[in-house]
Design a protein around this ligand. Structure first.
Ligand SMILES: [Zn+2]
Length: 232
């Protein structure tokens, strides 16, 4: 019996309940959650209108973006149509239009979510970070009034599809604070509004990047909102 320690008292318990015998015991193990979380890598996803989504990995500098010239074209066309139909107050026509628009958005979002998950896998990360856009006030900057509903719906739909597909691929989607992600420099951390001019982000530290790609890198390094709440 050398090398094998004798069973310790109190490790298990045999008891009888309603003419059945049970054996209970305790298993304890330690999860090194804090260590794991710090080494887990993430990509960031920036959602917008010009680019529907940009997924970026700050560590490798790689990114994928979904602009698709025809998607932008269709969006503008739909936006014009929507305003036109809204003016006529023809609710039936508006409903038909919205159904068609939703089917198209479903299809895009399905493809985009699939590609983002694929990108995350290629980069070997386990977390996909997105902005927490549940506060509608933070979204106002993104679009015209007439398009607000459909755009917030499209953003949310992409989030749902991304979360679902990420789970299937055993990846985690985490939400981060969206505050000024497009104004922050991912290189030096400074937040300067005028650094973003159109589609270019240019900082006094010398960093220059496509503005949406920079935002996706910023998002990838922000702490998850849930993490922050547990720490508080
Ligand atoms: Zn900078």
């Amino acid at each position: 019996m050398e090398g094998i320690s004798a069973p310790q008292k109190g490790n298990g318990q045999l008891f009888q309940k309603k003419e059945k015998w049970y054996f209970s015991f305790v298993i304890s193990f330690e999860l090194q959650n804090d260590i794991l979380e710090k080494t887990e890598k993430s990509i960031g996803v920036d959602r917008g209108l010009k680019y529907i989504a940009v997924a970026g990995d700050k560590e490798t500098g790689k990114y994928v973006h979904f602009s698709g010239k025809h998607i932008g074209h269709i969006r503008r066309k739909f936006s014009r149509l929507r305003r036109k139909i809204q003016k006529t107050k023809n609710t039936k026509a508006l409903k038909r239009f919205e159904d068609k628009e939703q089917r198209i958005i479903h299809y895009w979002n399905h493809l985009i979510a699939k590609r983002i998950v694929q990108f995350a896998k290629q980069q070997g990360v386990s977390i996909i970070k997105i902005e927490d856009l549940s506060d509608i006030r933070s979204m106002k900057k993104y679009w015209k009034r007439s398009d607000r509903n459909v755009n917030s719906w499209a953003f949310y739909d992409l989030e749902l599809k991304l979360t679902y597909k990420a789970q299937l691929a055993e990846l985690e989607v985490q939400k981060v604070n969206p505050f000024k992600t497009s104004q922050e420099c991912t290189n030096c951390g400074k937040t300067v509004k005028k650094n973003r001019r159109g589609s270019l982000y240019k900082c006094s530290c010398g960093y220059k990047k496509n503005a949406d790609v920079n935002a996706s890198f910023v998002i990838s390094t922000r702490p998850s909102i849930e993490e922050k709440e547990t720490a508080a």
